[in-house]
Design a protein around this ligand. Structure first.
Ligand code: C5P
Length: 237
């Protein structure tokens, strides 16, 4: 597979065309950003860890019947995947209250939610990714029909039902995470982007220690050490 011209550079990945019009390559970068790009840094090895973690999790989800864009991990930093039309909705799944949920609604940090909460944010950096309800999403034309929003919610819950017990067994509490979806050339809605400690929160079941990007957001240090532990636990090491 030949890596061709750069299509787009995001905060955590570069996207390249390939010699196949249906396939693209994501190059996972070492850069770390938080607070809509206001806090920036870089950690050697972070990109490779996220590529490996995402690869394992996409394979796990595929084995449970979730359609994803994943095709193949090419090397440490590069993943080959299906080209899609990105749906500009960030689907946030929460099992435990923390982060913006505690800030916005005053729910005490660490409260186990009575049921899994699925929220939509508008994927729009200029507007700071505001919350969306279904009518906002339809008025903005982010999807065509209500049943597509229902499908995003259904897939997000299915993914949580697979990932939450998977991580719990490995001593990690999957607190919350962000998913992105796109439409492939057949119009199917599939899971895209990455699933990594950059867009999930993991708390160690025993110690409560944070094992995700909150270490960077909150200046706790030990970012890549934590990401490496997440990978090792996924691999059962
Ligand atoms: O900040 P907030 O509490 O809303 O984040 C919820 C979850 O979604 C966290 O796991 C966070 O890492 C993820 N997220 C993300 N990208 C965003 C917003 C949130 O990965 N733009």
């Amino acid at each position: 597979m030949e890596k061709r011209e750069l299509l787009y550079e995001g905060k955590a990945k570069k996207l390249f065309l390939t010699d196949d019009p249906d396939l693209v390559i994501s190059e996972f970068k070492d850069s770390l950003t938080a607070f809509n790009g206001e806090k920036k840094s870089s950690e050697i090895g972070k990109g490779a860890l996220n590529n490996k973690i995402s690869t394992e999790l996409f394979k796990l989800l595929e084995s449970h019947g979730i359609q994803t864009h994943f095709v193949q991990m090419l090397d440490d930093n590069n993943m080959l995947h299906t080209k899609v039309d990105v749906i500009l909705i960030e689907v946030i799944v929460r099992n435990i209250a923390t982060g913006s949920l505690t800030r916005n609604l005053g729910i005490e940090d660490g409260t186990v939610l009575p049921f899994t909460l699925v929220e939509f944010d508008y994927k729009n950096d200029d507007l700071g990714d505001p919350k969306l309800n279904d009518q906002h999403a339809l008025i903005l034309g982010l999807v065509e029909h209500q049943d597509e929003l229902d499908k995003l919610r259904r897939m997000a819950r299915q993914i949580n039902d697979i990932l939450h017990p998977f991580f719990f067994e490995k001593g990690l509490n999957l607190v919350d995470f962000k998913l992105e979806f796109g439409k492939d050339s057949n119009g199917n809605i599939i899971l895209i982007d990455e699933i990594s400690p950059d867009n999930c929160r993991f708390w160690d079941v025993k110690s409560g220690e944070k094992m995700d990007k909150d270490r960077f957001r909150q200046g706790l240090g030990g970012v890549t050490v934590a990401y490496e532990q997440v990978l090792n636990r996924i691999l059962g090491k």
